[in-house]
Design a protein around this ligand. Structure first.
Ligand code: WTA
Length: 655
């Protein structure tokens, strides 16, 4: 569907769901006070939120702002790990479950109390600091499966004032290598392998490949033994150490470093419209304030809640809503290692039943998959402990929203559609579930403390009922502080378009009640199953294949994934156009980037439509792949190219 068609479809969505009375009664936010406070005194409001955290030293100034660089809680000293762990062991939370871990093999389960987490994190912080000489400011790369040691590792890194760079376990050796080089990490923490959908992920082997060659800054690799049976991995004695061995020699206490509010906490690489993925920088005090606040109010967390966010910690959603937000609130989180269909398609519902999950947060692509599998799977399990549902990662279509509301929430649980980005660090647009009536398909309103708007191409707010570009007009505590090593690219990507507004890259519509309806990316980023992939990255992976000469990559709508990747490629003279070739190009893309970038379709063509100045017209390729009438072709060097391409594409589709 085009943006216009999507807007028209959404306009007809008229259902409204006010918060149920029983929910409002106990909600952390029950009225508009937070909105009013934020409106009255923006900095004062954020200072109040930051005061919920432990500070070793109070800040002198709430905000220093000079476009595009912000500093929050300037002069304040704090520590993310201290806030997530240490402060809870001094009181009643000491023996509470912090992490309930469920392995993919159904009988596997581990529970870590806050005290357990405190002990393990201290020991590993000592290992990093004293055995591996990690100092404040150093970067540490983490490439791990979804196991408790991943949370322990990230907390230990920030405890000593180093910064982590976590790489999703599905990325290829080459992607790992790029990120390690860019971040100049000295140490990599990984595991021998991981389980996913009954398969074994070769994590250590991927790291070995990424570190091959002599340009690596990495001196040490710490390996968690995760596979129950012996897994054949190579151990390089000069470089590799087993986690369980180094932990045996660790001291039991390492004080949390008193860090500056603006000290780097982590880098997280995300795809952009140009070049290689960029290292989004998040700092300490502001980031934690943003995630602490949103977890408390959007997920309405209470001491007795069991919170389950199904994301992988390799993405920002896992960073913010498995580890930092819930733990700083002293919550119990469920962490699941594996796939939703293993061993059967009711696995998620089984986990909810098993642990009495109360608040559940997942992605629209997962919901659409569950819809396709059918109601019978959730019906097998008791979901009555649930009281609140959330979604994130991509626009949710009203149909999927309603399915989730009915079949998982049994029309009892509010659904919070949460819009945010790696760059925003924390949720920015979402309903406060005890205050804001929801509409299926809308992320509703900006949370208190965020000045989010929809503007036209000149930066003027659009009228209600119209669509435009989503921007943020005021700095916020958990905003990215830049792109690692590239301040110019930071300005170019997010600020250049409007000068004083942060541009999100998303399109949105604002309805007559001021509700926001997200319409997806308006730049060259494709959102496949909630994961961002730059068209440029896929294009360069395609042309890296020896017989490919040019490539143009676009996103097309996909029923389950939201969007899927289509690559149009031209091949060098004399190369035979065979099915094998298509498969080889596909595998090459997977090898270069990872399985998430696998094209849905590769279409080989003799020529790509270009303007007279040689620019590929991706807009026309989108028209072709979407089966639409071709848009304006007058600027093309040779309009015949695109006509022929359209005919061939359509005949291939129908054959
Ligand atoms: C999209 C994930 C519509 C959006 C937290 C954004 C959404 C990108 C929503 C960020 C939502 C995320 N409704 N679209 N509720 N949540 N997006 O950095 O296009 O992986 O720009 O962060 O996902 O993806 P990222």
């Amino acid at each position: 569907m085009s943006t216009d068609e999507k807007m028209a479809a959404l306009l007809t969505e008229g259902r409204v769901f006010p918060p149920p009375d029983s929910f409002v009664e106990n909600a952390n936010a029950r009225d508009k006070t937070l909105y009013e406070n934020a409106e009255k005194d923006y900095e004062g409001f954020w200072a109040d939120q930051a005061k919920e955290l432990h500070w070793f030293r109070p800040w002198d100034k709430v905000l220093e702002w000079e476009v595009p660089f912000s500093k929050w809680f300037v002069g304040g000293k704090t520590n993310i790990c201290y806030n997530c762990v240490d402060r809870h062991i001094k009181g009643a939370l000491r023996n509470k479950a912090a992490i309930i871990w469920e392995g993919e093999a159904p009988e596997q389960q581990r529970v870590l109390t806050y005290w357990d987490l405190y002990r393990e994190v201290n020991k590993f912080a000592d290992v990093l600091k004293n055995q591996f000489k990690i100092d404040k400011g150093d970067r540490v790369t983490i490439y791990m499966p979804m196991i408790p040691e991943l949370v322990i590792a990230m907390l230990a890194v920030v405890r000593i004032g180093a910064a982590h760079s976590i790489i999703f376990g599905g990325f290829s050796p080459e992607s790992i290598k790029d990120r390690i080089l860019d971040s100049q990490s000295k140490v990599v923490i990984t595991a021998d392998g991981g389980y996913r959908n009954g398969q074994v992920l070769q994590l250590k082997r991927n790291v070995d490949e990424a570190l091959a060659g002599n340009d690596t800054p990495v001196t040490d690799v710490i390996v968690v033994r995760n596979m129950q049976y012996h897994m054949d991995i190579e151990i390089n004695e000069d470089r590799d150490s087993w986690y369980h061995r180094v932990m045996r020699k660790a001291n039991h206490f390492v004080p949390a470093a008193e860090l500056d509010s603006e000290d780097l906490a982590f880098l997280l690489y995300t795809s952009g419209t140009t070049g290689k993925p960029k290292g989004i920088m998040h700092t300490t005090g502001g980031y934690l304030t943003g995630v602490h606040y949103s977890t408390k109010y959007v997920f309405d967390l209470k001491p007795e809640d069991v919170f389950w966010c199904t994301a992988d910690i390799g993405w920002i959603t896992g960073h913010s809503y498995i580890t930092y937000g819930p733990l700083s609130n002293g919550a119990t989180v469920v962490m699941y290692e594996g796939a939703p269909s293993y061993p059967d398609k009711d696995r998620f519902w089984h986990i909810i039943e098993k642990y009495g999950v109360t608040v559940f947060y997942t992605a629209p692509t997962a919901i659409r998959t569950f819809m396709r599998w059918g109601e019978k799977f959730p019906q097998r399990r008791n979901l009555s402990t649930l009281r609140l549902l959330g979604t994130v990662g991509e626009p949710i279509n009203p149909e999927a929203w309603m399915w989730y509301y009915k079949n998982i929430g049994h029309e009892r649980c509010p659904v919070v559609d949460t819009w945010w980005q790696t760059e925003t660090g924390a949720i920015m647009v979402a309903p406060l579930p005890g205050v804001i009536p929801t509409k299926p398909g809308s992320a509703t309103l900006p949370l208190p403390g965020y000045d989010v708007a929809v503007v036209d191409k000149d930066g003027h707010p659009v009228k209600r009922g119209e669509g435009g570009l989503l921007v943020v007009r005021k700095p916020w505590p958990s905003m990215l502080r830049g792109i690692y090593g590239d301040p110019d690219r930071y300005y170019e990507t997010y600020w250049k378009k409007f000068g004083n507004l942060y541009f999100t890259g998303d399109g949105a519509k604002i309805d007559r009640d001021g509700y926001l309806w997200l319409l997806g990316r308006v730049d060259d980023v494709i959102n496949v199953s909630g994961h961002r992939i730059g068209t440029m990255e896929v294009e360069s992976a395609c042309v890296d294949f020896p017989s490919v000469s040019e490539a143009a990559v676009i996103g097309i709508p996909h029923e389950i994934k939201g969007q899927a990747i289509v690559a149009f490629v031209t091949i060098k003279d004399g190369v035979a156009h065979t099915l094998d070739l298509i498969e080889e190009i596909e595998s090459h893309v997977v090898e270069k980037i990872g399985a998430i970038a696998r094209p849905e379709k590769i279409f080989i063509t003799a020529e790509l439509p270009k303007t007279r100045s040689g620019k590929i017209m991706r807009r026309l390729l989108r028209d072709i792949a979407n089966g639409k009438v071709l848009g304006d072709t007058t600027t093309l060097a040779d309009p015949k190219v695109v006509e022929e391409l359209k005919q061939k594409y359509e005949s291939e589709e129908s054959s």
